[in-house]
Design a protein. Structure first.
Length: 231
């Protein structure tokens, strides 16, 4: 049965909600600027950057089995989190509940009336349950199974001046124990301590296909949470 979605790892059927219609699997729009040039046919197309896409609004059409549970449902379906849809299992979107859910129609004696929940989703679909990868040998390879570059969280264990090369990115580090490079946040830290001043260069990314991971300097291991994603 594909009559469910999960919001922040809780399945909607636990609240008596059943999905009548799943949102279609969509590919997000690239963020692009079209410029008309006088005297030239067509327009100039300029991409904002590599893998830059707009958010998507994905709508699940639902029914509630027990209208008396609307207050707890309203408390659950709000804010930001992750959403998994039954028609695209094995992964999730980062999303925000964006609409005012029309519960008043149900409360006015229409318990079987359908209603829509709109999730404003970030453009990428992330694989679930991806385990971190630990490398102890410079020159190892990691294969990105997705169709877009991933933004990993990379922790380097070592000391002194270190040069880290991940795929096409090079990062210079100076550490005493370890440093974590969070590419999505563009922050370097160790525990709760900021270490942005201990790095220079680019934050690592993993392009689709094979990526070499190598380093120079005193490194005992490199731990990578790859955060695989697709469109």
């Amino acid at each position: 049965m594909k009559d469910w979605f999960e919001w922040n790892d809780v399945r909607c059927t636990e609240y008596g909600i059943h999905v009548l219609e799943q949102p279609p699997v969509m590919i997000p729009s690239e963020r692009v600027t079209f410029t008309d040039v006088p005297g030239r046919s067509g327009s100039l197309t300029q991409l904002e950057g590599d893998d830059v896409y707009d958010d998507m609004v994905l709508t699940a059409t639902c029914l509630i089995a027990d209208p008396s549970r609307i207050p707890e449902i309203a408390a659950w379906l709000r804010g930001s989190g992750t959403v998994t849809f039954a028609n695209r299992q094995g992964g999730f979107y980062h999303a925000h509940v964006v609409n005012q859910i029309p519960f008043e129609k149900i409360l006015r004696g229409n318990p079987h009336r359908s209603f829509a929940i709109n999730f404003r989703c970030k453009p990428f679909w992330y694989l679930s349950d991806v385990k971190p990868i630990t490398l102890t040998t410079s020159g190892s390879f990691i294969t990105n199974p997705g169709c877009v570059a991933s933004e990993p969280v990379t922790t380097v264990y070592g000391s002194g001046e270190i040069t880290l090369m991940v795929g096409m990115t090079i990062t210079e580090l100076e550490i005493t124990d370890k440093i974590t490079l969070d590419t999505s946040l563009m922050e370097a830290y160790s525990g709760s301590t900021s270490m942005n001043s201990c790095m220079s260069g680019d934050f690592p990314s993993l392009l689709p296909g094979k990526n070499a991971v190598s380093w120079s300097g005193n490194v005992s291991r490199v731990k990578i949470q790859p955060n695989w994603r697709s469109l």
